[in-house]
Structure formats: structure tokens, C-alpha cells
Ligand binder design. Structure first.
Ligand code: MLT
Length: 310
């Protein structure tokens, strides 16, 4: 049986599949024609976020039985089209939880102390101590939108440095929130109360633009906003205006509405905006976790008929 891996995957995952007897073809960044040729005789496909598993690609894969996403987000997989064809779609939620939460905390620290801007300044030969006045995180209120695995881990880290955590999550049970020491509230209340807001939801019709001009207008002046979840949860155009007026003091993004982000995206021109290129899950540990996780799930599916993940 052939498993096509069309995005880069840690070698531990590839080795696991090979050991289980599969013919593994690893080719990332293939031109469209090559991808469509390789998928023709594939029984399984493993992707990260690069390959767009479209209706058209699925139609070109008559033997395909499983699509495995090494990672959590399934927005690059047309799951309804796959399901219609009886193809199982799996992901590995959990494998990159710690890494992504750590990246979010890094962004919060970097943003509040303007570390990227200060680094750039020192590298141009300047020594601008007065310019780089930051804010302390201790005792500040962190508003987390979406307390899943990443939001929960971030909560623990934030509490560890003395932040108070408030949260909005319609799916979080009250007793679990209480155990975590998190104050749950309605989204409009969170917007009004938080010093820093970090979103940790998937991108869905409900969450798209959940932070927009209207929401920002209700926030504290000088609020800071972080998105290490999915581009589009925060309306970029509205954020540009709020960063310009300083209503939002700073923002930090790992994800964008369009990726790779275009060089002329107005956010990139703003000094109070910092960003990274969707590297929230990009650590050796997380990539090994998701590669091994998805490889094990694919093996289990073909050998035991067990379907795990999404
Ligand atoms: C995920 O969905 O797992 C993360 O966004 C990282 C990735 O793109 O693989």
C-alpha cells in the first residue's frame, strides 16, 4: 500500500510507516501536476498545512482511504468532500499543544517588552533605552478566547507568572474552569476586562472576525491582542486602524488571513505589530509528536480498522 506524504514530516513518522510495510513516498512542495499524478495510486495521504486537499484532488485519488493531518487544524482539508467519498480524515490534536502555547506566551512577552523592535534597534547601532518602555505582565488580566488544550496550557503558564486569567468558552464546564482557577465570562465582558486578549479557537463561520472594529471599540484603551490560532479570527483591516490610533497598543500574530502573508499587508508596516510565519507548532518536539502520532494512526487504521483523531 502506498502512503503519499506531500508536506515535510519528521523522519520518525516516515520510519514508522516504512517499518509497518507501507511504500512511503515523501515529496513536499510538488507542482500541481506531480501531486495529482502521485495521488492516483495512493491509499493514504499525509499532509501538514501546505497541501490543499481539495475536492478536485480527492476526485483524482480513486484508491484513497485516509487523509492524515500531522497537526490539528483541518482547514486545508475538504473534509465533507472526503467523507462523501468514504475517506477517513484524521488529525493529531494534542501533539503540538505545549509548543503552540509556549509560542503564544513568547509572543505575549515579546510584544509587551517590544523585544523584536529593540533587537532591530540595537542591530542598527542604536541604544534607545527610553524608547523601549514596556509593561509588566504580573497582575495583568489575560483574556483567553477558547480554552481547549492550547488555551488550558497557556492558562497554567500565565498563572505561573502572576497573570489573572479570564476566559470565554461555551464548551468549558464550570467545574473544570473553577479547578483551573479561570473566571469564565461572556465574550463582551471579556473584551471589556482584559489587558491582553489571546484567541485559541478554530476558524469557523462563528469565529471569523470575532475581533472586529465593534469588539475593539469596547476594549480597554491600550489592550494588546494575540493570534497564534488561525488567520481571520481577528479582522486585519479593523486591527490596522486600531493599532494606528493606539486604541490597541500592540498586536502579535503567528497566523494571517492570507498565508504566506503578502509583503504589502498593512499590518507589516506598523511598529506596534510583531509577527512570525505560522511557526506556532514548529519545534523539534512537536513535529516529532505529530509525525509519530499520525503515522501510528494510519498504521492502526490499515491494520486494525481503528480510526482516531477528527
Ligand atoms: C496546526 O494546525 O497544527 C498548526 O497550525 C500548525 C500547522 O500548521 O501544522
Amino acid at each position: 500500500m502506498k502512503i503519499l506524504i506531500s508536506d515535510s514530516l519528521s523522519k520518525q513518522g516516515v520510519e514508522l510507516l516504512e517499518k509497518a510495510g507501507f511504500t512511503v513516498v515523501v515529496k513536499s512542495k510538488m507542482p500541481k501536476e506531480e501531486l495529482f499524478k502521485e495521488i492516483q495510486d495512493a491509499d493514504g495521504l499525509i499532509v501538514r498545512s501546505g497541501t490543499k486537499v481539495t475536492d478536485e484532488l480527492i476526485a483524482a485519488a480513486p484508491k484513497l482511504k485516509i487523509v492524515g493531518r500531522a497537526g490539528s487544524g483541518l482547514d486545508n482539508v475538504d473534509t465533507p468532500a472526503a467523507t462523501k467519498r468514504g475517506i477517513v480524515v484524521m488529525n493529531t490534536p494534542g501533539g503540538n499543544t505545549v509548543t503552540t502555547a509556549e509560542h503564544t506566551m513568547s509572543m505575549i512577552c515579546a510584544m509587551s517588552r517590544r523585544i523584536p523592535q529593540a533587537t532591530a534597534s540595537v542591530k542598527t547601532g542604536k541604544w534607545e533605552k527610553d524608547k523601549f518602555m514596556g509593561v509588566e505582565l504580573y497582575n495583568k488580566v489575560l483574556g483567553i478566547v477558547g480554552v481547549g488544550q492550547i488555551g488550558s496550557h497557556l492558562t497554567k503558564m500565565a498563572q505561573g507568572i502572576g497573570m489573572r486569567v479570564i476566559a470565554y468558552d461555551p464548551y468549558l464546564a464550570a467545574d473544570r474552569a473553577e479547578k483551573m482557577g479561570v473566571t469564565m465570562m461572556a465574550l463582551p465582558d471579556l473584551f471589556k476586562s482584559a489587558d491582553i486578549i489571546s484567541v485559541h479557537t478554530p476558524l469557523t463561520p462563528e469565529t471569523k472576525g470575532i475581533i472586529n472594529a465593534q469588539a475593539i471599540a469596547t476594549m480597554k484603551p491600550g489592550v494588546m491582542i494575540v493570534n497564534c490560532a488561525r488567520g481571520g479570527i481577528i479582522n486585519e483591516g479593523d486591527l490596522v486602524e486600531a493599532l494606528k490610533s493606539k486604541k490597541v497598543a500592540a498586536a502579535a500574530f503567528d497566523v494571517f488571513e492570507e498565508e504566506p502573508v503578502k509583503a504589502d499587508n498593512p499590518l507589516l508596516a506598523l511598529d506596534n505589530f510583531i509577527c512570525t510565519p505560522h511557526i506556532g507548532a514548529q519545534t523539534t518536539e512537536a513535529q516529532e509528536n505529530v509525525a509519530v502520532g499520525i503515522a501510528e494512526q494510519v498504521v492502526d487504521y490499515f491494520t486494525k480498522g481503528v480510526a482516531r483523531g477528527a
